[in-house]
Design a binder for this molecule. Sequence first.
Ligand SMILES: Nc1nc2c(ncn2[C@@H]2O[C@H](COP(=O)(O)OP(=O)(O)O)[C@@H](O)[C@H]2O)c(=O)[nH]1
Ligand SMILES: [Mg+2]
Length: 238
Amino acid sequence: MKKLIISPTYNESKNIREFISQLSAVAEDVDILIIDDNSPDGTGIIVKELALENSKINLIEREGKLGLGTAYCCGFKWALDKGYDLIVQMDADLSHNPEDVPRMFETAKEGAEVVVGSRYIVGVNVVNWPMRRLILSYLANWYARFVIRFPITDSTGGFKCFKKKVLQAINLNAIHSEGYSFQIEINFLSWIKGFQIKEIPIVFTDRTVGESKMNRGIVIEAIWMVPKLLIRKLFRIY
Ligand SMILES: Nc1nc2c(ncn2[C@@H]2O[C@H](COP(=O)(O)OP(=O)(O)O)[C@@H](O)[C@H]2O)c(=O)[nH]1
Ligand SMILES: [Mg+2]
């Protein structure tokens, strides 16, 4: 089984070395792909240096900040081209714990076609988030679940593992959403196409360095995405 971890980066120079080093320690047989959007803080330059020392590390550089969703789609297409069987997506700011990656692969090997890391299976597993963000995230997840009626408790999270056939079944060129909206859309498409989804509990720890790229536009986009997906569900547009 060929395994790949994809992380999009924008201004993660203070996190990227530690992130790649922790990942390499827990997942030796795994390749890493960073999609950097020409970060002004030189994240791409750091990754390029690391890639020279370690052939498992790969970098795609895009010309500017084009958004998280298209970064992932670009990475997914690269993964399919290169024949990877299991593809993990995760943030590069250490909010997602690299130690959870082997558990994701295990769950996929046991049968799940999509493994979703969930903060909300048992209570709330979020560390250090301001109360405002936690409430927003919790309500957003409840809203998406209530409107779309899909069985995912954490549909806005960004820590997931896909089997190759799931990404092959999704039209990646038709996804233009960003941030949370992208996460909800890709979960919806995996579910509506009938793939077996398994959620596993994870703990999300807010970044300690660097800045979040979350903004009001990303929240509004996600709020609109939910009724759009409901319409696609009703009219079978997927
Ligand atoms: N390539 C790329 N990466 C992005 C972009 N926006 C965010 N990211 C990365 O996506 C991950 C999650 O973003 P973050 O700002 O931490 O979002 P938050 O955890 O919701 O606050 C991090 O690794 C970011 O560097 C973007 O426009 N392009
Ligand atoms: Mg983050």
